[in-house]
Design a protein around this ligand. Structure first.
Ligand SMILES: *Cc1c(COP(=O)(O)O)cnc(C)c1O
Length: 419
């Protein structure tokens, strides 16, 4: 495998390529194939971008047709037929059935940009500066979103102070169960020295942070607190949304009512970039035209493929399949944890985001390496990379899923032998 061009000319910052030291040449469904013809099952799926797999044939056809008709590929924020079709379809399939009247805001096509826009809007709407974010939260790499991100390995690269964020422990972190009540008391105490909060920013499942799952009751407590103190309730659904949990939103069925929802990663369906916030109208009205601009807001290909992706969510069997495959993943991980009880592994997740917390980053890295060598791509996450997170495409066949889980089983066994 010739990787010298990358090693000679590409930045030291290369990351995933060090864990997957090969050159991928093609991809289809849940598989990628490298230059030498080796096939890999992809249980990482672009960190949650490829919920519908690589090169989904329906989306590919829609994109090719659009390109052949000279459809508008780049449009800033001008009106296009592709954007109208996407907005209409999103309203019809996602918002209307839930009684949501949120407006769709497009920004530069990254999750980090969506979070930046949400934070700006929350500060503008409340006239307050401080935002509450949680331990182990991951919200992006630009300065505003990085300030909300918990991971020190990322934070230390900011080069400037990361400010205007108050950190509370997430529900599952030490102190997490009482933190909201304590913070509430402080906010209501005029001599606590606390400044009023513009927003609470939370992931319902902390994906990069180690697949930490918040309970519906804790999320309700958080939403109630936000309402009580006049702050916005923002759900970052960039990784857990778009079907990952077996529902369109990760918070579906919890009777929550977020003021802003951030979406990106899987939204464009095909793997091309797009980001979008859902803002309640009365909050959205705090923007003035062009207040948060971005050259790449008009992603024609993502509008076309993203609209096609929404068809999955009108098909009951699709989401039922996600839940069923999630169960298969869960059961297999629980069997593995039980078979190695002495190691104290734990299993967490919802839907098709399931994880094995090995408690040991060096061990998890060895599993990732061994898995790669046997033809399975997985990505560790959480503190020190000790959590093996499985996020295969939602469209993976049961046969591919079973094969990948067998490969994981083998990789764990091989890594244990070295231990
Ligand atoms: C990936 C991610 C982001 C950042 O998205 P980018 O496109 O990498 O900027 C923000 N929030 C969550 C929950 C994410 O998983």
């Amino acid at each position: 495998m010739d990787t010298t061009v990358f090693e000679q000319h590409e930045s030291t910052i290369r990351g995933y390529s060090r864990a997957y030291p090969t050159v991928f040449a093609s991809a289809s469904g849940a598989r990628q194939v490298d230059e030498e013809g080796r096939s890999y099952l992809d249980f990482f799926a672009g960190a949650g971008v490829l919920n519908f797999g690589h090169n989904d044939p329906v989306m590919k056809r829609a994109v090719i047709d659009y390109l052949e008709a000279d459809g508008v590929v780049h449009s800033l924020d001008t009106y296009t037929t592709a954007k109208r079709a996407f907005i209409q379809r999103f309203h019809e399939v996602v918002l209307a059935p839930r009684g949501m009247d949120h407006r769709m805001q497009f920004m530069g096509p990254t999750g980090s940009n969506a979070v930046e826009a949400a934070l700006k809007l929350a500060r503008a709407a409340t006239g307050r500066r401080e935002v509450v974010a949680f331990s182990h939260g991951f919200h992006g790499m630009t300065l505003g979103s990085l300030a909300a991100t918990g991971n020190e390995a990322f934070r230390r690269w900011s080069g400037v102070p990361l400010e205007n964020v108050v950190r509370l422990p997430f529900e599952t972190a030490p102190g997490g169960r009482t933190a909201l009540a304590d913070y509430r008391s402080a906010l209501l105490d005029p001599s606590s020295g606390q400044t009023p909060t513009a927003a609470f920013l939370v992931e319902t499942i902390q994906a990069e942070g180690g697949v930490n799952v918040a309970s519906a009751s804790w999320l309700h407590e958080l939403q109630d607190l936000a309402r009580e103190v006049g702050a916005l309730f923002i759900i970052d659904d960039i990784q857990a949304g778009v079907g990952r949990t077996g529902h369109y939103f990760s918070f579906d069925g919890m009777d929550l009512d977020p003021d802003i929802v951030t979406l990106a990663k899987g939204l464009g369906g095909f793997g091309t970039p797009i980001a979008m916030n859902l803002n309640k109208p009365e909050i959205d009205d705090h923007w003035s035209p062009g207040a948060h601009t971005g050259t790449f807001r008009g992603q024609g290909i993502s509008f076309v493929a993203g609209a096609a992706a929404l068809d999955h969510f009108t098909d009951e069997t699709f989401l039922a399949g996600v839940l069923a495959k999630g169960e298969i993943m869960r059961e297999r991980l629980e069997q593995l944890a039980a078979a190695h009880r002495e190691r104290g592994w734990t299993v967490r997740g919802r839907g098709m985001m399931q994880a094995l917390d090995t408690g040991d980053g060096a061990f998890a890295a060895r599993v990732q390496r061994t898995a790669f060598e046997s033809g399975l791509l997985i990505g560790p996450c959480g503190s020190g990379g000790r959590v093996l997170k499985l996020i295969p495409p939602l469209t993976i066949s049961e046969a591919d899923l079973a094969e990948g889980l067998d490969l994981l089983d083998g990789a764990l066994a091989a890594a244990l032998e070295v231990d």
